[in-house]
Write a protein that binds this ligand. Sequence first.
Ligand code: PGA
Length: 260
Amino acid sequence: MTRKKFLAGNWKMQKNRAEASEFFQSFTRILGNLSDVTRVVDIAFGVPATLFDVSVKCAMGSGVKILAQNVHFEKQGAFTGELSAGMLVDASLAGSIIGHSERRQYFAENDEAVGKKWNALALAGLLPVVCVGETKAEREHGKTNDIVTTQFEAALSQVSTEAKGKEFVVAYEPVWAIGTGLTATPEQAEDVHKMIRGLLAKHFGKERAEVTRILYGGSMNAANCAELLQKPNIDGGLVGGASLKPEDFSKMVQAAQNFH
Ligand code: PGA
């Protein structure tokens, strides 16, 4: 079974509207007709809310998905500073990254909230990109699989049966590899991805496990992406730093096209 590779950029708190628009122009110039490219590789960008409209406009008709980097799980109400899944639909977004380690670390996002966000996105028809991953200390203590399993299962416990029926993507992002230049080796990443594939089979059945994409994230770049992507359980990447420059990210997309 070959899963379509999926490369998602995570722009974090970077770029203004002019820069976003320039990015998409260069990205399109380098890759050519994006709708041909997205037929073989899924491409997405998690962008700041100020870039939703310009990004959606630039990506229109190309098959490139624009994602949020966070969402609130309630439908509406007195939650100053938050955006609901319905608002993301209204902004023509395709989904959202949830549970990113920076949100867990700096904004106290926990597994329960991640699960509620997953549920809210799925029920709104949006794609949840669910991030999990261990810290350096946890890896050194041999706790990687336990931590990732707990994060995934605790989040899943908040997802309704109906929402479980909808597509989602898992992003394995070892915290020690994010923004550090220390990429997990293809073998280290593959081991965890295989374990996650087993978790998917346990909770969703073998068939769903086989079609659900598991992305790797953490200092993935144009130089190391091919060796990661060639592993059987690495279905793409969630890319921070290397997604900011069209030259770098388009090289990664080209590498992913070779696995089609
Ligand atoms: P990085 O970030 O590629 O800059 O390490 C990845 C992420 O945080 O999603």
